[in-house]
Design a binder for this molecule. Sequence first.
Ligand code: ADP
Length: 299
Amino acid sequence: MERTELAGFAADLGGTKLAAARIEGGVVVERLLSPTDAAADPEAQVAAIRALLNRLGHSRGAPLGVAVAGRVDGAGAWHAVNRGTLPAILGFALEAEMTRATGAATCVNDAAGAALAEGLFGAGSRSESFAYLTVSTGVGGGLVLGNRLLSSANGMAGHVGFVSSRQASGPCGSGRMATVESIAGGRGIAAAAAAAGHPDSDARAVFAAAAEGQDWAGRIVATSAAAVAALIGDLAAVLGLDTVALGGSIGLAPGYIDRTRAALADEPELFRPILVPAALGHDAPLIGALAAHLRKENP
Ligand code: ADP
């Protein structure tokens, strides 16, 4: 598939923000954003997605890819993995419902969609063993091995934020303990800020405080980057990665990739894939979701 063939609509529902876009010639030509109502039930999330699509001029049956945080299983059902992020998503027939409501839709995990886009058109296009990592509300991933996106029937493949981290110690909303997501993602960063006496600081505020030179904030950002670097080393051991792309608002925040590279420098060479920002930036999940839809329609 050529990137220029991509035309249609896409949505990207994360734990913090909802984006929707109109895509022409493989490029986002119009984008709308709104905050995610994290506690909302799945019907309300579908309504929020549809509201943005309507404002973009979506017409029934137009090609549509929808990327969501959480796992999307082989039957198109949507389940939260971290119950702290989207607590009301407990197994909902998302793809069937979106298709009924809009005429045509394909639903994918957000990081898996982004990995597909980066693998086809971006940072992973020349890679044999590629990972896309998003550091956003949580930490997600997608793995493209030999030009194939790794998937599993239960939709869990690629959820690399839920592996154990030596930087972490507390509980994770997945039910596991001491995961990468619990220390490195936006919710983990905000929890670390609260524990350091800054209860009203979200991740964006922590980054701003770190940029001003406040030590408490610098330590929290450095710990997040160290956890992501260790995850990259672990994934390199398992998958022989040659390239890793970072996305998400934290992954793409100024200085974050440099801190991650600095932490990765402590790893032996074999465990240090090339680390680059997502070539498609914040558009990666949107472009990937639409690509997944067009692939499904025209196999
Ligand atoms: P989502 O998880 O909904 O896909 P994002 O990728 O925007 O959304 O990630 C949201 C997280 O990123 C939040 O924790 C937010 O505080 C944080 N964030 C947003 N902008 C920035 C920024 N400029 N610098 C650092 N963190 C940011």
